[in-house]
Design a protein around this ligand. Structure first.
Ligand code: ADP
Ligand code: MG
Length: 292
């Protein structure tokens, strides 16, 4: 592209809250045929609310929530914030936790009083010796509603479940329909479970879903699509999205996301919603057409 038309293109983008880092990003956007999106914070608001607190029979709900919130006080994860906030809203003060250990993509463990508390997904439960398949399967009904359901174990035994709901951004479905109209395939990657991911994807008409994906796997998934000959844009907001954003043909960061994501991306959407991806592609196509 000529420097002049690129400047006009990036200037127009900026007026609409689409910050394009360089000529290469603007040129590549035009050729994109696949958009990979992260779920939490990209398709959804990234501000989950605690919606269910379900201790097993014989465990008091307030004591259960106090222990859970106490452990989550020590975690930086958005799920942890939702749980601690939810406990406060319900008038429960977090218990005092010590010896916190978090496992990326699985959950957290700590001691609350004499109790060993573990919170997280199936992997975390198996890590602490919980193998009750019926109980582990009981999370699916919440997940089919798009909720993120987490398991809680006390001393290596099932203690209950908690669920959070992260509302979908109002603009996500429309943006995906607009991408489809331009023959762009939409692939969702998430660290969340299969059931939750499928429910969210169905609601938005997403073509392909990969759940239980670790941060390294997000990056690998982008590389794989590229090796299959796809031209890939990746939209994400988190630290865990940074390697995938950098690996994509064009990385698109949500302006509402982390600095690490923004630094790894060629495009930043100030308003942090997917409508900006559509606008960016339209802008790129118009700019490149002007040049030819
Ligand atoms: P995401 O990309 O969806 O944020 P992560 O890879 O961070 O996913 O986490 C994957 C899963 O691990 C979560 O859906 C949750 O079940 C579990 N998990 C991670 N951190 C925590 C935490 N602090 N408390 C409870 N569960 C957690
Ligand atoms: Mg995210």
């Amino acid at each position: 592209a000529t420097p002049m038309s690129v400047m006009t293109g990036t200037g127009k983008g900026a007026q609409h809250g689409i910050l394009i880092r360089n000529a290469e990003a603007l040129e590549t956007l035009e050729k994109i045929d696949t958009l990979v999106v992260d779920k939490t914070g990209t398709l959804t608001m990234g501000k989950p609310d605690l919606v269910a607190v379900e201790p097993v029979d014989g465990i008091d709900e307030s004591e259960f929530l106090a222990a859970v919130a106490g452990v989550e006080m020590g975690s930086e994860h958005p799920l942890a914030h939702a749980i601690v906030e939810g406990a406060r809203t319900r008038g429960v003060s977090p218990g005092e936790a010590k010896d916190l250990a978090s496992t990326t993509g699985e959950g957290v463990q700590a001691a609350v009083g004499t109790l060993q508390v573990a919170i997280g997904n199936e992997k975390m439960m198996r890590r602490v010796g919980v193998e009750d398949e019926t109980w582990l399967g009981s999370a699916e009904s919440g997940r089919s509603q798009g909720h993120t359901v987490m398991f809680v174990a006390f001393d290596g035994r099932p203690a209950g479940k908690i669920a959070v709901a992260d509302p979908i951004k109002p603009t996500s479905a429309k943006a995906i329909a607009a991408l489809h109209a331009r023959d762009i395939r939409v692939v969702m990657l998430t660290g969340d479970s299969e059931g939750t991911a499928q429910a969210v994807a169905r609601e938005m008409g997403i073509d392909e879903v990969h759940a239980n994906v670790s941060p390294e796997d997000k990056h690998r998934e982008v590389e794989k699509l590229k090796s299959e000959g796809r031209r890939v844009a990746m939209a994400g907001d988190g630290i865990n999205d940074a390697p995938a954003l950098a690996a994509a043909d064009v990385g698109i960061a949500m302006g509402t996301g982390t600095d690490v994501a923004i630094e790894s991306a060629g495009v930043t959407l100030v308003r942090g919603d997917l409508t900006g991806v559509v606008q960016a592609i339209v802008l790129s196509r118009a700019t490149m057409r002007n040049i030819r």
